[in-house]
Design a protein. Structure first.
Length: 500
């Protein structure tokens, strides 16, 4: 009851005109930033932070928080319509969202993404309201050793779950891990696989890689197979006709609810982030979902799982940030700097000493999440016109977006060449029927794995028993063994089809 009373006080703070205007402005900017490849929530919040120095701290954090979680809404737009994920969590959305768009279901895909984002965000906000401090303390039980096993679990499963062929999927995962090791070793400062190129000392940039593999690789395929990429005959140009019917809502709602809850818990873990949440939720849905056979070919469940999870994780990251002063993601780290700059010290005393600030922020999330949903759904009729553009016009447009989005990251032409090379690689991988998603996911997870392994060894003075010192670690080890043996066991158990 106390939390409900504090929340009502927070609504009175958040419902003022300046704070509602701040939430609306953050929602608009987040949707735009999320839809533009190469920017992402981290850069968006970092660029906007200096503009909030002279603002009221509550109003400022409301605007920045709205930009953060609305960015997850916007990332799905370009992923569904152009096969170019706006940010890394949207990689999973593109796996089913873009095939839906090519099948003439762009409106349904966009509506599914928006409503799933809303459900996932709402679950995260409710969790933050009632279980924030408790959940943050639970997240601390995952130390470097436990997070190491969690990432290994992800790496051992992405290859054969996302790809149709386990061997090809694991090969793609290995390629992603190899690409992630290029650059200076962060512990020793020694170059690795840089070929004495100064451009590779900082490693392979993620943005050129993801834009090249998803965006430019698609351009090459469109040029080679232009007859297959005519303008989609999309007749549903109104919001009403994009709304899910009862049967579709029954398919999407359970997926969004469980993925939002799961994503929220992943977001609470320090350093896990929305990308891992979207990926693990997608895997969970592909293993236990009713429509798992269509996952990766244009299933609503795939879009719902990814979008609900990344929005739940974005909100979940605020639990350790506010309760313990521990950022759960890179964007949360920037927000932490902003809080300290405004004279606020995140931690257990923040709820006691600055209740108007904390509960005003939480109250604004309820309002901001609704505003994001309204704006996202309102954009659907405009966005759906993209799929009606002929390939002769779409090819140069997508090419320009790829080049500009890549160059704007570091203002370096080397990144553009890298993007083109990644596109060529993606095209040949497609010919070999190897999915590019495991490459990108392994590329994102490998640096995190390396960091957590080193942290675990530093904490334990180099002892290996740190990796088996908790029930969580042992449980994750068992799951890894199960995932590694699963393809072999499934093949042995599966009876051959007499008709073949």
């Amino acid at each position: 009851m106390e939390n409900i009373q504090l929340l009502l006080q927070g609504f009175s703070v958040a419902a003022t005109i300046p704070n509602i205007a701040a939430a609306l402005a953050g929602a608009f900017m987040g949707l735009i930033v999320g839809a533009m490849p190469g920017i992402g929530s981290l850069a968006g919040v970092a660029l906007l932070l200096p503009l909030t120095f002279k603002m009221n701290p509550t109003t400022a954090i409301i605007m920045l928080a709205a930009l953060y979680y609305s960015n997850m809404y916007g990332g799905s737009f370009s992923a569904i319509l152009l096969n170019i994920p706006g940010d890394s969590p949207a990689i999973m959305t593109a796996l089913d969202g873009y095939p839906m768009s090519r099948k003439g279901k762009a409106g349904k895909a966009l509506f599914t993404a928006s409503i799933s984002s809303f459900i996932g965000g709402s679950i995260g906000i409710i969790m933050l309201t009632f279980l924030g401090p408790l959940a943050a303390k639970w997240g601390l039980s995952f130390g470097p050793a436990e997070l190491t096993w969690l990432i290994i679990l992800a790496l051992t499963s992405i290859g054969w779950i996302i790809g149709d062929n386990p061997s090809k999927g694991l090969l793609a995962t290995a390629i992603g891990m190899m690409l992630a090791t290029i650059g200076l070793d962060k512990a020793l400062g020694q170059p690795r696989f840089s070929f004495d190129s100064i451009n590779l000392f900082s490693g392979v940039s993620f943005i050129p890689l993801v834009i090249g593999m998803f965006g430019f690789g698609q351009v090459i395929d469109m040029v080679v197979n232009r007859s297959e990429y005519g303008a989609v005959e999309e007749k549903r140009l109104t919001i009403k006709e994009s709304i899910l019917d009862k049967s579709e809502a029954k398919r999407v709602t359970p997926v969004a609810c469980r993925s939002g809850l799961f994503g929220c818990f992943i977001g609470i873990l320090p350093g896990a982030g929305a990308t891992m949440a979207a990926f693990l939720s997608y895997i969970m849905e592909k293993r236990v979902g009713r429509n798992k056979a269509e996952m990766g070919q244009g299933a609503m469940e795939g879009v719902a799982a990814a979008e609900a999870a990344n929005n739940g994780a974005a909100i979940g990251a605020f639990a350790p940030l506010l309760s313990l002063g521990i950022p759960g993601s890179g964007t949360a780290a920037v927000l932490l700097g902003g809080l300290m700059m405004w004279g606020l010290q995140p931690g257990p005393l923040l709820f006691k000493n600055n209740p108007d600030f904390v509960w005003g922020l939480i109250g604004s999330m309820y309002i901001g999440n609704i505003l994001c949903l309204i704006v996202a759904i309102g954009c659907i009729p405009i966005l759906m016109k993209v799929v009606r553009v002929p390939s002769s016009i779409m090819i140069p447009i997508i090419s320009c977006i790829c080049i500009v989005g890549t160059y704007s990251v570091n203002n370096n032409m080397f990144d553009v060449y890298l993007m083109i090379g990644a596109g060529v690689l993606a095209y040949f991988l497609k010919l070999a029927k190897i999915s590019e998603a495991p490459i990108l996911l392994a590329f994102v997870l490998t640096p995190m794995l390396e960091m957590y392994v080193r942290q675990a060894f530093d904490i334990s003075s180099g002892r290996l028993n740190v990796f088996v010192g908790s029930p969580i670690s042992i449980t994750l080890m068992i799951l890894i063994i199960v995932f590694c043996l699963a393809p072999v066991l499934i093949k042995l158990i599966k009876k051959p089809n007499p008709a073949e």
